[in-house]
Ligand binder design. Structure first.
Ligand code: CP
Ligand code: NVA
Length: 316
């Protein structure tokens, strides 16, 4: 098989709008019937590598792979030969001889691209510095459950507009036809390349992208309010003030009052009550964060089934 027959999921716009809708429909099916699909029966293997901490991603991938009939080899990247400078290219080639997919949480997006360049099995981004696309599939599933649809809804994100969640919500949101508003302070706005890609995708789907530094403008009549930590993994010592500039962007009862009356609140977790979101909102009736966390399991299973079937279809 040539590497070109393999589909990877390194960022949200690696799926077309129609493909993303297929994955989300499958996620809803798998939530109802968790053991219906067994593409990894054997068990066939999936490599799940972590270069950063994780609770949800680790549990949901390991269990999800088992539910698909497979076996997850879960490793801390530092304990593999990657931690002793074996090249990403060689690692991609070798792992492809063992496993049917590689799921990887790491730092730079470039690392994922390098692994994918030689892997002959799908590579899935389980969070990088730049994107967290598996999370956004779960977010879209959660929004669909609560609202009946995603297309045309307004999703507003508050806080670090330059981080992985902001980028993935931009790309994944407009792919689903959403109107994505990013409210972020100066110096923490999304990367120009991601904004440009999101605008191109929005033009295809009827979605839109709005950038503002005013949280109240972003919250106005919004259907979905989302936030994330002000300090992402790896940014702990970047020398930037990651508190004062973000305080006005906290999701609290006052900000939520500007949103639609039936707005929901999402957070990928882990949350910092009293910083990016108040405990009152996170634990309140409009919060959907626990369903959102659960949906990581269903959405990622659907993604793996979709990727494996796509590969299988190309091979036939
Ligand atoms: N939301 C998320 O990815 O959580 P973990 O870091 O716990 O995997
Ligand atoms: N932006 C956060 C997301 C954690 C799931 C981080 O990268 O740490």
């Amino acid at each position: 098989m040539t590497p070109s027959a393999v589909r990877h999921f390194l960022r949200d716009d690696d799926l077309t709008p129609a493909e993303q809708a297929e994955v989300l429909a499958l996620a809803a099916e798998l939530k109802k019937n968790p053991f219906a699909r067994r593409p990894l029966e054997g068990p066939r293997g999936v490599g799940v590598i972590f270069d950063k901490n994780s609770t949800r991603t680790r549990f949901s991938f390991e269990l999800g792979i088992a539910q698909l009939g497979g076996h997850a080899v879960v490793v801390d990247g530092q304990t593999t030969q990657l931690g002793r400078d074996e090249t990403l290219g060689d690692t991609g080639r070798v792992l492809s001889r063992y496993v049917d997919a590689i799921v990887w949480r790491t730092f730079g997006q470039r690392r994922l691209e390098e692994m994918a360049a030689t892997a002959t099995v799908p590579v899935v981004n389980a969070l990088s510095d730049d994107f967290h696309p598996c999370q956004v599939l779960a977010d879209l599933q959660t929004i669909t459950e609560r609202k009946g649809e995603v297309n045309g809804l307004v999703l507003s994100y508050f806080g670090d507009g330059a981080n992985n969640m902001a980028h993935s919500l931009l790309l994944g949101g407009v792919t689903a036809g959403m109107h994505v508003r990013i409210a972020a302070p100066a110096g923490f706005q999304p990367a120009a390349e991601v904004l440009a890609a999101a605008r191109v995708r929005a033009a295809e789907t009827g979605g839109s992208v709005t950038l503002t530094d005013d949280p109240y403008t972003a919250a106005d009549e919004a259907d979905v309010l989302v936030t994330d930590t002000w300090t992402s993994m790896g940014q702990e010592s970047d020398g930037l003030d990651r508190v004062a500039p973000f305080r006005p962007y906290q999701i609290n009862a006052g900000l939520l009052a500007y949103a639609a009356a039936d707005a929901i609140v999402l957070h990928c977790l882990p949350a910092h009550r009293g910083e990016e979101v108040t405990g009152e909102v996170l634990d309140g009736r409009q919060s959907a964060v626990w369903d959102e966390a659960e949906n990581r399991l269903h959405a990622q299973k659907a993604l793996l089934v979709w990727l494996l079937e796509y590969e299988g279809a190309q091979r036939r």
